[in-house]
Design a protein around this ligand. Structure first.
Ligand code: MN3
Length: 241
């Protein structure tokens, strides 16, 4: 069951209750319910054009990602002890969670973590890998071209919906892996340096069925300054999602 979007809740709150309730109650109605939040995107929906079109970005962020957050918050309402856990722990300890919560955390918690990372590693700086991250890419893949070829091949091979990731260890070692649906290496206690969403909703408007073309173009949307920051955070133990 889909919960109404925040915008609809706000509109409903003002339209139906605005004349009846004091302002503090309206604020509670309008606030997103639950412990998890949809972070601001950090750039405009059209910022990644022509590689990712604005319509795709808007639907992907405002509807798909928002739905994962809303669904998870709704499910966590009855499990306050789980709700108090950081998301990466919820995912790493999924086997210990109440049975009624496992599938929701896996699908919607995984979706929330994956998309939070995804928006973060994209941007418009146009920078290329340099310094530590460039050295690690050369050491572990033989260079950026080889990383790209291997990563795109993994994304093309993945049947149906899922993600391709580059994981990073605390020592800074990089590896390519893929997962179906909204699964994430966080469920195995690993850390994600960056990853690409190969669900059709991530690319269908511009690329239709041409996933390989999307994978190739996506490298133009990566912000290597942000990836570099995540790499440093992973090595210092500070990288969470
Ligand atoms: Mn997606």
């Amino acid at each position: 069951m889909r919960k109404p979007s925040r915008r609809k809740v706000v509109a409903g709150g003002v339209g139906l209750l605005g004349n009846l309730l004091p302002p503090n109650v309206i604020a509670q109605v309008a606030a997103p319910a639950g412990p998890l939040k949809l972070a601001p995107l950090g750039y405009a929906f059209n910022a990644l054009q022509p590689h990712i079109d604005a319509e795709t970005m808007e639907i992907h962020y405002s509807r798909h990602h928002a739905a994962y957050v809303n669904n998870l918050n709704a499910a966590l309402y009855d499990f306050p002890r789980v709700a108090a856990m950081p998301l990466e722990q919820m995912l790493a300890r999924i086997a210990e969670l109440p049975d009624g919560l496992k599938a929701t955390v896996r699908n919607n918690g995984g979706g929330h973590a994956n998309h939070t990372m995804f928006w973060q590693v994209m941007g418009t700086t146009g920078a290329q890998p340099s310094g530590d991250i460039a050295a690690a890419i050369k050491r572990d893949f033989g260079g950026l071209d080889k990383l790209r070829a291997e990563f795109d091949a993994a994304g093309t091979r993945l049947f149906g919906s899922g993600w391709v990731f580059v994981t990073v260890t605390a020592e800074g070692k990089l590896a390519i892996t893929s997962r179906p649906n909204q699964d994430t290496p966080l469920m195995d206690g690993q850390r994600v340096l960056f990853g690409n969403d190969v669900w059709e909703h991530a690319y269908y408007v511009t690329y239709q069925n041409r996933r390989a073309d999307y994978l190739k173009a996506w490298w133009n949307a990566i912000d290597w300054v942000k990836v570099s920051g995540r790499y440093a955070a992973a090595k210092s133990g500070a990288l969470a999602i």
